[in-house]
Design a protein around this ligand. Structure first.
Ligand SMILES: Cc1cc2nc3c(=O)[nH]c(=O)nc-3n(C[C@H](O)[C@H](O)[C@H](O)COP(=O)(O)O)c2cc1C
Length: 194
């Protein structure tokens, strides 16, 4: 993993660790992110934004469906972070062994969660290597009241056996980002028709 003094300061801006689920035409998926942030201060306008790398399977499903479900996680969910955040769901169904049900927007809602927000994508912004998705919350699914999982707690408590894989993934993503930092003229025009 590449770092320097300025990046270590930028890293302080990370948000809680969340699981993001998506669905399109019968295929479902889940990933992990630490870049979801509140995007409105009005309770009547509940919004979150998140950036998702373009090479992730989740990116394709969210871009096409215009839907995503963001779950706040608790500290007992390190295994879930490993299951969803270390390998892509392109080749296998990562949610097959993770208890979940279908939510109001047809998205997978994980049974174990602090809370889940089912959202409609209402706009996007291109970042070259990623898309920033702005979501409007249509359904809230409260779960277990417990201490939320943060990136710093995750890094401090991640099993040693995962370290190498995690750093390798981080490095690979940094390489792609460096090669694709230029903004693309790509406009999201709403969900595809099913
Ligand atoms: C702690 C942690 C934070 C992550 N944050 C992000 C993020 O903010 N954006 C992103 O695109 N990927 C992030 N990832 C990487 C994806 O979760 C991971 O590459 C996942 O395997 C993508 O799965 P998919 O291809 O099935 O969508 C993170 C992974 C971890 C472990």
């Amino acid at each position: 993993m590449k770092t320097d003094a300025a990046y270590e300061l930028l890293r302080q801006f990370a948000s809680p660790i969340v699981a993001i689920t998506s669905a399109w035409q019968g295929r479902t998926n889940g990933m992990i992110s630490d870049s979801a942030v509140r995007a409105s201060i009005a309770p009547s306008v509940p919004r979150l934004s998140v950036y998702i790398h373009k090479w992730h399977f989740s990116h394709d499903l969210i871009w096409t469906s215009g839907r995503m479900c963001i779950h706040l996680l608790h500290r007992g969910q390190l295994d879930l972070v490993h299951q969803l955040g270390f390998a892509s769901g392109r080749e296998r169904d990562k949610l097959a062994s993770i208890p979940h049900r279908q939510g109001m927007l047809g998205l997978p809602v994980l049974e174990d969660r602090v809370v889940a927000f089912e959202m409609r994508v209402i706009n996007t912004m291109d970042a070259g290597y990623a898309t920033h998705f702005l979501g409007h919350v249509d359904a809230v699914h409260p779960g277990k009241e417990s201490e939320i999982l943060t990136p710093s707690w995750f890094r401090a408590n991640m099993p040693a056996a995962w370290q190498e894989e995690w750093l390798g993934n981080y490095r690979k993503a940094q390489d792609v980002i460096e090669q694709h930092a230029a903004i693309e003229d790509r406009r999201w025009t709403g969900p595809a028709r099913s």
